[in-house]
Design a protein around this ligand. Structure first.
Ligand SMILES: [Zn+2]
Length: 160
């Protein structure tokens, strides 16, 4: 059900974006919806936001009714290539202030690598690509430095 709703959102947004329907159709990133896309000959940047209701205070866990929007911040991460172009996601991340415990918080972002500024699916993509391609070729495909690609492969080996 949720997956179908998500697909419907993506299609609807795709229509708004006119000729850029393609990359939005392939976006399909659970828990997020695309709200705007910028595409050049070399790369793609997709502005996204969390879907659904994530309004629970991460400090007192009881702030469902007590959280008030308190500005937002754009957080950029790298994602898997779209139509052969490196892709970045700009996540519109809402900040909240909890009326109960007075803490400020941002909602957790699922699907991101805990340490690297990239999605988990890009992390796995790089790891899988390493069996077939050189680090330099992968770096060009994903728009990251060769050093970053090497570090990702290194992480994979450590984690098994
Ligand atoms: Zn709280």
């Amino acid at each position: 059900m949720a997956a179908r709703d998500n697909a419907r959102n993506i299609r609807r947004t795709g229509k708004r974006a006119g000729r850029l329907l393609g990359p939005i159709d392939t976006f399909n990133f659970e828990n997020y919806e695309p709200i705007h896309i910028e595409e050049t000959a070399e790369k793609c940047n997709i502005v996204i936001r969390l879907t659904g209701d994530h309004k629970v205070c991460i400090y007192c866990h009881d702030g469902l009714e007590a959280l008030f929007p308190w500005g937002s911040k754009i957080q950029s991460v790298s994602d898997v290539p779209v139509r052969g172009k490196p892709c970045t996601l700009a996540i519109d991340r809402q900040r909240y202030r909890c009326e109960k415990c007075k803490h400020f918080s941002s909602m957790p972002l699922p699907g991101l690598h805990p340490k690297r500024r990239m999605t988990l699916r890009l992390f796995n993509y790089i790891r899988d690509a390493a069996a077939l391609k050189t680090f330099a070729a992968i770096a060009r495909m994903v728009g990251l430095s060769e050093k970053t690609v090497r570090n990702v492969i290194g992480d994979s080996h450590v984690q098994g």
